[in-house]
Design a protein around this ligand. Sequence first.
Ligand SMILES: C[S@@+](CC[C@H](N)C(=O)[O-])C[C@H]1O[C@@H](n2cnc3c(N)ncnc32)[C@H](O)[C@@H]1O
Length: 262
Amino acid sequence: MLATLYAKALDADAEHPVLGDTYARDLVGRIDYDWGRTGLGARLAAVTMRTAHFDDWAREFLEAHDVATVLHLGCGLDSRAFRLRPGPGVTWYDVDYPDVTALRERFYPPTDNYRLVPASVTDSGWLSTIPADRPTLMIAEGLTMYLARDDGLTLLRRIVEGFPSGELQFDAFNRVGLAAESRNGVVRRSSSALGWAVDGPAEILAAIPGVRLITAMPASHATTFASVPRRYRVASRIVSVIPALKMMAQFHRYAFEKGPEA
Ligand SMILES: C[S@@+](CC[C@H](N)C(=O)[O-])C[C@H]1O[C@@H](n2cnc3c(N)ncnc32)[C@H](O)[C@@H]1O
């Protein structure tokens, strides 16, 4: 969470920012932390292109639904709700562990349309506190890989069953990606444990009744990937000839809609 925030802050100061997240830059200035400890380097571009990509998908949903609920799961210190500025018909819920939401609250106080939910996303209780009367967008960026597979699938199932219609937008690693990420210095320094590898959309479609695939793509196929430095794009093209390497990091997007009651 601190590493992704710092990546966005550094990007905001770059000559040609990918995301231009000035909220992240301000937050890094206000939190007393030795930011060098996050150990970022080449990872910066991977983070900011991913965040810019999920901003684009969320914007598309919000343009089509001016009355909606957004469940932004594993929000960390990300400022998506403020970057996107949804209209008055949207209620936005930022969900993360209580210590994270307590920290968030100091910088982003809740309002009628912006709420903080202190909970593990895998607990069942918090979802029942969210009004289930509107199209609902679930965004989970940088989260699924930290969940156990069964917990992650149960979470997606609960959202699809609990809301009338909406979308699931999330990123995932396949098994190769998960193994590589577990060895990654940034993740190791954060003492995080990785758990759920998604090898492709078939796994989601088989496990979650009622979802329709909109798209699932390797991260390298996202339009925002064009913003990463050329050397990474070239390296990505070379490794992409091996399907398991091409699909190491994936972006998934599904729609769901309840049919009329029988
Ligand atoms: C890699 S960070 C990503 C943060 C943010 N989405 C971003 O892209 O900057 C992962 C976030 O997921 C949160 N997280 C992990 N497991 C969680 C769980 N079971 N319930 C709630 N939040 C969780 C962590 O606390 C952390 O804030």
